[in-house]
Design a protein around this ligand. Structure first.
Ligand code: HEM
Ligand SMILES: *[C@@H]1O[C@H](CO)[C@@H](O)[C@H](O)[C@H]1NC(C)=O
Ligand SMILES: *[C@@H]1O[C@H](CO)[C@@H](O)[C@H](O)[C@H]1NC(C)=O
Ligand SMILES: *[C@@H]1O[C@H](CO)[C@@H](O)[C@H](O)[C@H]1NC(C)=O
Ligand SMILES: *[C@@H]1O[C@H](CO)[C@@H](O)[C@H](O)[C@H]1NC(C)=O
Ligand SMILES: CC(=O)N[C@H]1CO[C@H](CO)[C@@H](O)[C@@H]1O
Length: 326
């Protein structure tokens, strides 16, 4: 447990001085929902869900990332489309995002015990942390709270803001920089791919037709490419589930970097981290889980502060799927 608490410990020290960024605070809800503990409530629900369905951890982590990268961590990914607007969740990269029902369930419980106070955006941020933390039975990173919910969600904004699985290093870094994140955050947060699943469609090009002449991506380990071709024949079965870290896809560990450094990263965007000297050096160091966990904690705090709405900005939605007064 010492090692496991280390990330949290270090991140706490690093961020205490500057709060959570963007006006977020530690334990924002502590007095606001007394005697109910908002954070305990979220954790209890998430832990019981992840206990039953371990693959949910990756879903909730990705949900938070997709929320933050499009219009900031404002719960905009949760909004359902209306007659007037086609929202983020319907856009291509979001189609495989799930976990909305868990957020709804948490929201329902919190609205009953502490109505109108807890934002959907904060529930998403807390749920992501708790989902990953279940495995360790301790908080893996501090979540600063006080986010408000946004009222705008546009499918058309997803494509430009979320990096593609085929993105190169230059594009990835510039997309992260647009969000106020740096090179180290890019390498660190990509480590989220140590849990979760993907689909053949996202790697088919690397396996069968990388440059359009029926070739494989030469930066992909040849033995691993063969394994992947067996799992993903051409044409693919869209229902096939591909583990991103096949040796331990349910375990949050540093195996993503071990695989990456053996040229067994799944996406072009993963492999891209080895194409930059500085980034490749960091990926090497992150093979040590203690170092990776500490940095992951730090980067999640930074990601969780992207373009947040606080104070009088935004609203606290009553229903995470719809803006108030509709
Ligand atoms: C660096 C740029 C990134 C790219 C290009 C990328 C791309 C992808 C893609 C294509 C998938 C598979 C989705 C599908 O099957 O439809 C995926 C899954 C996933 N991503 Fe990323 N991602 C990136 C960064 C991140 C970050 C920053 C996080 C979280 C901090 C994250 C967490 C996840 C998780 C947990 C999954 C597995 C989801 C599941 O099991 O359902 N990714 N990512
Ligand atoms: C949807 O569009 C209609 C017609 O333009 C407008 O009257 C209505 O207020 C809009 N609703 C929302 C929620 O924006
Ligand atoms: C990276 O991808 C972008 C967009 O596809 C492209 O314009 C750029 O030339 C690529 N950069 C490198 C170094 O390959
Ligand atoms: C490979 O890519 C090229 C160029 O995009 C395309 O013309 C060709 O049909 C592809 N081949 C296969 C087998 O998909
Ligand atoms: C899985 O583990 C084996 C044995 O340690 C290792 O050789 C292989 O590279 C790993 N594969 C991936 C994708 O991490
Ligand atoms: C949650 C959600 O809106 N998912 C949608 C993602 O996109 C697919 C395809 O457009 C829809 O069928 C899903 O309902």
């Amino acid at each position: 447990m010492i090692q496991k608490n280390f990330g949290f410990f270090l991140a706490s020290i690093l961020v205490v001085g500057c709060m959570g960024g963007g006006g977020l605070k530690m334990k924002y809800y502590k007095k606001r929902c007394d005697p109910i503990s908002v954070e305990d409530t979220v954790r209890e629900i998430v832990w019981s869900k992840v206990d039953k369905t371990p693959s949910l951890a990756a879903k909730l982590l990705r949900l938070h990332y997709h929320d933050c990268f499009v219009r900031g961590c404002d719960g905009s990914i949760l909004l359902d489309s209306t007659q007037n607007v086609t929202t983020e969740k319907t856009a291509g990269p979001n189609r495989s995002v799930t976990g909305y029902d868990i957020i709804d369930e948490i929201k329902t419980v919190l609205e009953a015990s502490c109505p109108g106070i807890v934002s959907c955006a904060d529930i998403v941020a807390l749920a992501a942390r708790d989902a990953v933390s279940f495995q360790f039975q301790t908080e893996m990173w501090p979540v600063f709270t006080g986010r408000k919910d946004g009222s705008i969600s546009l499918a058309s904004e997803v494509g430009t803001n979320l990096p593609s699985a085929n993105a190169n290093f230059t594009t990835l870094l510039s997309q992260f920089r647009t969000k106020g994140l740096d090179l180290k955050d890019l390498v660190t947060l990509s480590g989220a791919h140590t849990i979760g699943n993907s689909r053949c469609a996202l790697v088919a090009r690397r396996l069968y037709n990388f440059t359009g002449i029926g070739d494989a991506d030469p930066s992909l380990d040849e033995t691993y490419a063969q394994t992947l071709r067996k799992l993903c024949p051409n044409p693919q079965n869209p229902a096939t589930i591909l583990e991103m870290d096949p040796n331990s896809s349910l375990s949050f560990d540093s195996n993503y970097y071990q695989a990456l450094n053996q040229h067994k990263g799944l996406f072009v965007s993963d492999a891209a981290l080895l194409t930059n000297l500085q980034s490749a050096l960091i990926a090497k160091v992150f093979e040590d889980p203690t170092v990776f966990f500490a940095e992951f904690a730090r980067s999640m705090v930074r990601m969780g502060a992207i373009e947040v709405l606080t104070g009088g900005q935004g609203e606290v939605r009553k229903n995470c799927r719809a803006i108030n007064d509709q």
